[in-house]
Every structure is written in structure tokens, then in C-alpha cells.
Write a protein that binds this ligand. Sequence first.
Ligand SMILES: Nc1nc2c(c(=O)[nH]1)N[C@@H](CN(C=O)c1ccc(C(=O)N[C@@H](CCC(=O)O)C(=O)O)cc1)CN2
Length: 286
Amino acid sequence: MTAQILDGKATAAAIKSDLAVRVAALKERGIHPGLGTVLVGEDPASQKYVAGKHRDCAQVGIASIQRELPATATQEEIEAVVRELNEDPECTGYIVQLPLPKGIDENRILTLMDPAKDADGLHPTNLGRLVLNEPGPLPCTPYGIIQLLRKHGVEINGAEVVVIGRGVTIGRPMPLLLTRRSENATVTQCHTGTRDLAAHLRRADIIVAAAGVPHLVKPEDVKPGAAVLDVGVSRDENGRILGDVHPGVTEVAGWISPNPGGVGPMTRAQLLVNVVEAAERGVAAS
Ligand SMILES: Nc1nc2c(c(=O)[nH]1)N[C@@H](CN(C=O)c1ccc(C(=O)N[C@@H](CCC(=O)O)C(=O)O)cc1)CN2
């Protein structure tokens, strides 16, 4: 068996062309969505991701607001930029690119954001809304993964899903989304304390690998026909991406997300969905 491709690039392109129409409709009503990004330091991967987010904005007609600080920026300097974006009427939603440099209190920065402008769905209020099943922005990578599965007709309802990882952007929120009634999956969360990862993987209909450990998911541990989402990003000595999924898994799985070209573009598309939905909610409330 050779796995079918969960094509994030094509799926994200379709989402973005729908968003372009919605942005045009908002502009006709005098609403001009603008996405802000806060990038601290010179990490080449983060610079690339942020540049991609602004390229996407240009494609759908969302204005871009970019704030860059050096790696030496203090907690107070970053907080000042967050306060400034909270007040900026041109910025209808924004993100703080993670990770922040060592020594910076990331949770304090996220908490300081105006939850109504949190385009990442990572503010404690918005994570709380997710737990309570109330409307709000959804964390971009987890919701991008759900959309990727839905658009390719992969059955989530009743599926046994293994999520590997427990970070704030993916591992923590992913099970919350998958266990909503609308998705209805059964989730096992694995992490560095899991005793027998392979035993869990072998039972999974869907695997979300977000550990950041190159080739952690091996072909012999994947159930034939399973859907495998490769979220991990490590780099080889030439800067090329090494995913969490061993290339041999393609011969066993039913579905596989390429990396690059899978979950990354979906993360960016979902970010724009959050910006547009927040603007539309504003219209509905006015
Ligand atoms: N504030 C946030 N920080 C981070 C998040 C997040 O959701 N919010 N997630 C990741 C990084 N990320 C988003 O910012 C992200 C990762 C990957 C991509 C992407 O388009 N990847 C391309 C490949 C790019 C390359 O060659 O390196 C792909 O997969 O095709 C976009 C965004 C951590 N930080």
C-alpha cells in the first residue's frame, strides 16, 4: 500500500480563496482586517514562518502589521509591543511568534494579549472557551489538522487517535478539539513519560506526531491504512526538514501528510480563518 497524500498546500489554497471573498465582503462594509505579528530574535525558521503568514495576508487582502525585536529584547520591551498592538485599531488580530528567547515568560506575554485580538487561540481565555465549547479562535495547527482530515474524507468520528506531544501550540489543545462532539474521536495522549509508545501507535486509526523527534514513528508501529500527520520539525545539517515520521511509513499508512507541504500551510490558513472570523463576529455583534 502507498499512502494517499493529505495535501496541505492545495487545501490551504482553497481555504484562502474562500477567505479572499469574505475579506472583500467585510471591506465593503468598512471592516478592514489586519494581522499583526511579533517576532523576537533572528531564528531563521521563525522568520520564514512569519514571512509566510504575511505572504498569505497579501493573497487574501488582509493588511500586515509587523513588529520585530532583537533576541536581546527584555520582557518589558516585548510587553510594550503587545500593549501597543492591543490598542492599535488597524490591528484586528495578532500573534506572538513562539518560541520566545530563553528567559522570557511566554505565558505572561500570552496572558497580556487582548483575547479579542488573539489570532492564535492561545490566550488563556480562549483556551478556556475551547474547554467550555464556546465560540472563539481555535489553535491554528490543531484545527488545521482537523480541516485537513475532513477535506480528505478521513473518518474522525469514533476513530482511535494517538497524539504525541504535549506542547501548548499542538499537543495540549489537539485532544480538546478531537474530543468535541463534532469530531467525536477517542484520544490517547503520549509524551516522554509514555512507557510503550509503539503499543499505543499500533492501535491508532489516526496518529498526530508532534514530538520534534526525527523519524520517531516507524513503519512497523503503524496500523495498515492509518492516517499519519507529521507535525514535527527538526532540521538536518543542511537545514532540511526532518519530520517525526519515518519515510517508510508511506508504505503502510492509508493517508500521510507530507512535511513540508502538509500541516504547515494549514496552520497558516487557519490563522487567517481566525482573523476573518473575529472580524465577522465583530460585524455580527454591531
Ligand atoms: N504563535 C505561534 N507560534 C508558533 C506556532 C503557532 O501556531 N503560533 N506554530 C509553530 C510554527 N508555525 C506557526 O507559526 C508554522 C510552522 C510551519 C509553517 C510552514 O508553513 N511550514 C512549511 C515549511 C517551511 C520551511 O521550509 O521551513 C511547510 O510545512 O510546508 C508555518 C507556520 C511554532 N510557533
